[in-house]
Design a protein around this ligand. Structure first.
Ligand SMILES: *Cc1c(COP(=O)(O)O)cnc(C)c1O
Length: 381
């Protein structure tokens, strides 16, 4: 057997099946059906209801933040979070090119442009050195914030992403951004349950955003959450995502352009049942990572593990292969054997709508783009 065949055999062994093995499938083993039935029995299936409140309370606890707001999906959550920290049309936002397209889309939905800066090879997330180097070269502090000397535009936010649940160097990023008066929003869509120095990801920036899409560690069918340690920003997030309606027993008055980005109670019910099992999912995925680690160590294949002082949720597990050619053979052979694997994303500036964006050399991002693949990562119990 070659190494890829041995890998396929090992994955089949730990997932106990000869059938198709998906990359990440949801698991429903708690109160999901009960809570969903409650919403129907109560008639509260739509945008208000007890499960929305319960979900927001649970997310506030899990992320140790002051306020959590349920939203329709993670992308909409990032869009609103960016607007809340002051991103306006014509501005620029620092982010990584190595990410899922939603990160860059959420910037563009605000009429702003991403600036793509490199990631660190070890975290696969936005590099503090890259941000600092960029700002030293192009940043200019003026009345009202930081401006890009090259374009004359305002740099009104920084949006790092915790890739596959591995925490980015968030503390360093926040220190650098503070010096340059740039607010930080965390794209924590993939990192529910991950920690940096004992603190939950998503709780470091002015705002953090999570996703509850079907492929994430916990799902609400579709959904998201915005969290913040600023009660004022959190309340503003609720307001903007609820059509900016002024509270009144019966009058309709909206004092700015809001959105209908609310999470329906039906979805919140599913999310609550799933969150009750978050700890058990995290534990099972950690066990899976340990099994993978010892197998891949014995094969001399690089399996990604969490960095010191961080806790990863092991949402999607990663291998770092030797080069593009090895990556391509691995993807072809595993998928042909019905063991689902995927390459990391194509870098954002390769996509037509973001090819105009300013960027740095992207050495690490391009290195990882050629080598990182995801392997089956579902919680098994
Ligand atoms: C999933 C994801 C999102 C978007 O979440 P949705 O709920 O699918 O809109 C945003 N950013 C990243 C990095 C993601 O992986």
């Amino acid at each position: 057997m070659n190494t890829i065949q041995e890998t396929i055999a090992f994955i089949r062994e730990i997932f106990h099946t000869n059938d198709f093995i998906p990359l990440h499938e949801p698991r429903f083993c708690g109160n999901e059906k009960k809570y969903l039935n409650d919403t129907i029995d109560s008639t509260f299936v739509s945008s208000v209801g007890a499960y929305v409140d319960k979900f927001e309370g649970m997310m506030k606890n899990i992320t140790s933040t002051q306020k959590a707001v349920a939203v329709v999906n993670g992308t909409a959550g990032i869009q609103v979070a960016l607007r809340l920290v002051g991103v306006n049309s014509g501005d620029e936002v620092l982010t990584q090119a190595l990410t899922f397209v939603a990160t860059a889309n959420a910037i563009a939905y605000n009429g702003a442009s991403p600036i793509f800066l490199d990631v660190d090879q070890d975290t696969m997330g936005l590099s503090p050195t890259a941000v600092s180097d960029f700002l030293e070269e192009y940043g200019e502090l003026r009345q009202g914030g930081c401006y890009n000397k090259k374009t004359g535009k305002k740099i009104s936010a920084c949006l790092p992403m915790h890739t596959f649940g591995f925490p980015v160097r968030i503390e360093e990023l926040i220190i650098i951004c503070k010096r340059w008066k740039i607010p930080v929003v965390e794209d924590a869509a993939e990192s529910l349950g991950s920690e940096f120095m004992g603190k939950p990801t998503g709780s470091f920036g002015q705002l953090g955003v999570f996703s509850f899409n079907g492929n994430k560690i916990v799902t609400s069918g579709g959904g998201g959450a915005i969290v913040s340690n600023s009660i004022e920003l959190g309340e503003k997030a609720k307001y903007l995502t609820t059509t900016a309606k002024m509270p009144h027993p019966y009058e309709y008055y909206h004092d700015e352009l809001g959105y209908n980005f609310r999470m329906p109670n039906l979805n919140a019910a599913l999310a609550c049942a799933q969150l009750e099992n978050l700890d058990s999912f995290l534990e099972d995925k950690r066990n899976l990572s340990l099994q993978y680690k010892s197998f891949f160590n014995s094969q001399d294949i690089k399996f990604r593990t969490e960095m010191p002082n961080t806790k990863a949720n092991y949402w999607l597990m990663c291998l770092e292969l030797e080069n593009r050619k090895d990556r391509d053979s691995f993807l072809k052979e595993t998928n042909e054997s019905k063991v689902m694997t995927r390459p990391i994303w194509q870098l954002m500036y390769r996509l037509p709508m973001f090819d105009y964006c300013q960027r740095d050399d992207q050495k690490n991002a391009e290195f990882l783009e050629d080598r990182i693949v995801n392997i089956p990562s579902s919680a098994r119990k």
